[in-house]
Design a protein around this ligand. Structure first.
Ligand code: SAH
Length: 344
């Protein structure tokens, strides 16, 4: 991969930006001014940074890229208003982000679903991103710019952020954590830790690291199967890091941590039996947990009746259960479905 990351201004933390300005014989407070333009005002041109001298603006223009992504396409679902954005990177690859408007959870706020990688190496059988060749990790700037661009184009600002687009966030740990910190940072996008959720298929060592480092972002684990052999078939990551080990780690460490844990469960015809409910009940013993049931987007979605019986079985669990509607079906709402078309 070409080293273009160093030219993305949105890769800079505030202290890195202070150093940059010091090296240019500028006052370090220029860094907070820069962040106010980039994130507070969501400015898309160095030329508009009116409290910077013309020389400084020229320098920034010549040496840095402000927008690492270009929006190539925006689709709006006629069914539910979900918006899907296709972005092109500077090295001509495609990623996507989804703006979900009528999420029932979290008091009807807007949610932006963002990507962390171009393609994915995890190979989950039901996921469209798995069919796209893996290209590379996204830079922190490319992760953050999805939010800046979706906000700018949609004009909607008050968002939850979920790392549930293309890619496995914990295979790009450093950039994802850096991006999440810039999102949370008061000089940055100033999004509360409670409104940022990182979703993983179960990369055990990184979950461990995440808990040990004490990050306060919400964590989600894509469970999707309760029988470990079946999970190894649908989610190959389970062969390396079996779900029972992931559950054991949570049961041991999470009670001391402060994060909320969401279990994501994509419902197919063959993973919502009574046995699945029984196994699920036994697996996680942690109070700040919730279960998010999502009907499979694509072939093999179970019937409403079967979903209702599964939910009845799970009610004994006594934890919050949300059933997500499958949104944006008419615009290929599931992760990887839109840029997948670009590649095929
Ligand atoms: N790699 C991460 C984040 C990307 S997937 C993870 O595995 O969590 C985000 C969520 O979308 C996961 O819960 C995944 O199971 C779900 N998902 C993938 N394909 C889907 C599909 N076709 N229909 C519904 N949900 C899907």
């Amino acid at each position: 991969m070409k080293n273009f990351g160093s030219s993305f201004i949105k890769n800079f933390t505030i202290s890195e930006a202070e150093k940059l300005f010091r090296d240019l014989d500028e006052k370090p407070y220029r860094a907070t001014q820069l962040f106010a333009w980039l994130y507070g005002k969501n400015c898309d041109s160095f030329d508009d940074m009116s409290n910077f001298s013309k020389d400084l603006r020229n320098y920034l223009n010549q040496n840095f890229i402000l927008n690492p992504l270009v929006c190539e396409q925006k689709l709006v679902s006629e069914m539910d208003g979900t918006e899907k954005y296709l972005f092109k990177t500077v090295d001509d690859h495609y990623i996507e982000s989804v703006l979900i408007k009528n999420e029932e959870s979290d008091s009807g706020r807007l949610t932006i679903c963002i990507s962390s990688q171009i393609g994915c190496q995890m190979g989950c059988t039901f996921c469209s991103t798995a069919k796209i060749p893996f290209i590379r990790n996204l830079e922190a700037a490319e992760i953050i710019d999805q939010i800046c661009q979706v906000r700018r184009i949609s004009g909607l600002n008050n968002n939850n952020i979920v790392f549930m687009g293309m890619g496995e966030p914990f295979m790009n740990y450093d950039n994802v954590i850096k991006a999440a910190n810039i999102m949370n940072y008061s000089f940055g996008l100033h999004i509360s830790v409670r409104k940022i959720t990182i979703s993983t298929c179960g990369i055990l060592p990184r979950i461990n690291q995440f808990i040990d480092e004490g990050h306060l972002f919400n964590l989600a684990v894509s469970l999707n199967d309760t029988d470990t052999n079946k999970r190894s078939e649908t989610m190959p990551v389970n062969k390396k890091w079996p779900i029972e080990d992931v559950a054991a780690l949570f049961n041991k460490k999470m009670p001391k941590a402060h994060n909320r844990l969401t279990l994501e469960y994509v419902m197919r015809k063959d993973n919502i039996s009574r046995d699945d409910a029984v196994r699920l009940k036994k697996m996680f013993k942690y109070s700040r947990i919730k279960l998010n049931l999502i009907p499979l987007n694509g072939e093999g979605t179970p019937s409403e009746n079967d979903i209702s019986s599964f939910i009845k079985e799970l009610e004994i669990l006594n934890i919050p259960i949300t059933v997500r509607k499958s949104l944006g079906r008419d615009i290929n709402g599931a992760c990887g479905q839109l840029s997948g078309q670009k590649y095929r």
